[in-house]
Design a protein around this ligand. Sequence first.
Ligand code: SF4
Ligand code: SF4
Length: 307
Amino acid sequence: MATKQLKPLLSSALRPFKDHRIRIVRFIVQFIMFGLINGLVFGLARIPVLLPIAFPSGGPFTVVWNAFEALQYLLTMWVFPYLALSIFLLFGSILGKTTCGWVCPFGLFQDLFRLIPIKKKKVSRPTDKTLNRMGMAVTVFILIMSFIIGLTYFNTGSKTSFGAGKDMPYSTIDPSSTLFGTLYYYLEWGMQNATFGQEIGQWTFVFFLRIIIFAAVLVLIVLYPRSYCRWFCPTGIMLGLFSKYSLFGLQINKNRCASGCDSCEKACPTQVPILQYDKDVTNKQCINCGECIDACKEGALKLKFRL
Ligand code: SF4
Ligand code: SF4
């Protein structure tokens, strides 16, 4: 009798876990990857590996290198960035934006903010497209800027006239670099320095610009889940170029869909129009997070290699 009463209780207690199986596995993977990326904390050594993620190569405990930072740095040194471009090509064409959903620390940060119980907003398709184009324009501008700095360096042997952005223009405003690099260093430095308060007046314009951009991104990601990934992240934009052709990704079997159901689209943090696709969901906003699979009660969606 007691077992009979326990069963429904147990089943309802486990429901949230059953309903969000992939989300839970993904959070575990994201935290493990966050630990590995910050391997210096555990005594790991730096390794010569470039990853397409938003995380500063100069972070206090980072063991890997950020591919978009490498791309900018090599351009500003007038070196053709074969390796950085190959990393985007390799990851993008095999995994699409899976690293965004499962590895990127700034993606994890956004997913944690998504848990704040505030009603989330959605944008219309045209607004989504416009914002995405703005992000693309910023990415192209950053690459052209890096090229111009490189050209100046080639001609004059110096790039100091470009100030704080001379090595990696985007890193001067990159919110992931502000969070995991700048803020950490300022806090650590502040805790060790009794005159921290007085120093605030000496902080530069770039520092305040970084804080304003970071604060704006923070507001955005609380209201619009994964909005930095969707619209502005250059790494995500570069990977998104390959989503259409990537070997791994989401597939839908519409024969299994229940009539009128759109639970998958409602659950998608990046507003992918999943039901517009007949089989392969090749949308460049898809980060292969699997939230739609958790939401689908008919088993119509799968993450798999499309071979
Ligand atoms: S798009 Fe998002 S998840 Fe992907 S690298 Fe950028 S911040 Fe990270
Ligand atoms: S379509 Fe599915 S896997 Fe892709 S981002 Fe949306 S919820 Fe995640």
